[in-house]
Design a protein around this ligand. Structure first.
Ligand SMILES: [Zn+2]
Length: 303
């Protein structure tokens, strides 16, 4: 699922095409049907939250958002029907194919800041943890599971981290933001996970089989809780208050009048995940190291 870490790694992969010239570009998108990019050169690629930006040397930026289903591959994709290939860009030495990408636009590179001004702090960029937590606190009456998905509060979390973070912390996804005593630590756990996965690869929240996508609860919704053994509760997207699929454990994640992160649980569940390096567990505190840059070690690991 394209969340902030996926898009950050994709941007790093496309950035390797910087300096290459567009030989041919076809768009099958109503907003870009007549767009011309031929003979333009890619300058760079970047990510802001879940938004992808591909900049060209004529001062324009191809701005893409994948929503739930889109993806961009650095190859040709003849096995995908042409109508699903929303754009195909042939470069002097490579290809970019946008498959099922729902939101595409060509904007002025100088307008990027304005177009993305609504986003909260970028979890996979130069992340300001205090600013993110301050924004989330403004929605005190909203459930934490839904608040983590609001890109205007903090940019980059999708449903994987909105489901997995409360589980790891032992907090109900329905717990109101204003009733969580150590909100900054809860957000720190999610931030540490997504920043680490942006560096290392798959969206892994368990710490085992790090080369694979693996989750504590989201992909285990027909099974029992891996911590307490109780049956997980699954709520379909159309029945969820924030319209996204929800999985949680009623025993590990009870809704309380006030709730706090369970430190020993976080320590136990993240003991083999490298995200723990971004969390100061030794001194009993959790804090995101905001000065850790996202450096993608192996961009070829994503598609
Ligand atoms: Zn449980």
């Amino acid at each position: 699922m394209p969340e902030g870490d996926t898009i950050r790694r994709l941007a790093a992969r496309i950035d390797r095409f910087a300096g290459q010239t567009v030989v041919a570009a076809d768009f099958r998108h109503p907003r870009l049907a007549t767009a011309r990019l031929e003979r333009r050169r890619i300058e760079s690629a970047d990510a802001r939250g879940k938004h992808l930006l591909i900049r060209f040397d004529d001062g324009r930026t191809l701005h893409a958002h994948m929503l739930m289903q889109g993806r961009i591959v650095c190859s040709r994709s003849f096995d995908v029907p042409a109508w699903r290939r929303r754009f195909e860009i042939e470069l002097s030495n490579g290809y970019l194919t946008g498959i099922d990408v729902p939101q595409l636009d060509l904007i002025g590179s100088r307008d990027e800041r304005q177009v993305l001004a609504h986003l909260g702090p970028d979890l996979c960029g130069s992340y300001d943890h205090n600013a993110a937590v301050a924004r989330i606190r403004t929605v005190a009456g909203r459930p934490i599971g839904g608040a983590l998905l609001d890109q205007t509060l903090v940019a980059g979390f999708g449903n994987i981290y909105a489901v997995e973070t409360p589980f790891i912390c032992g907090i109900s996804p329905f717990q109101k933001v204003g009733t969580i005593e150590d909100l900054e630590r809860v957000v720190a756990v999610g931030a540490a996970l997504i920043r680490t996965n942006a560096q290392l690869g798959p969206q892994n929240t368990t710490g085992s089989n790090l080369h694979r996508t693996e989750h504590w609860v989201l992909a285990r919704d027909r099974r029992r809780c891996g911590v307490c053994g109780d049956r997980l509760i699954r709520i379909a997207g159309h029945d969820s208050p924030w319209k996204r699929r929800l999985v949680f454990c009623p025993i590990c994640q009870p809704e309380r009048p006030t709730s706090a992160l369970d430190r020993s649980r976080v320590t136990r569940l993240l003991r083999t995940h490298p995200a723990r390096r971004l969390l100061d567990l030794v001194h009993g505190q959790l804090s995101v190291a905001t000065d850790v840059p996202v450096a993608v070690h192996d961009p070829r690991a994503t598609g």
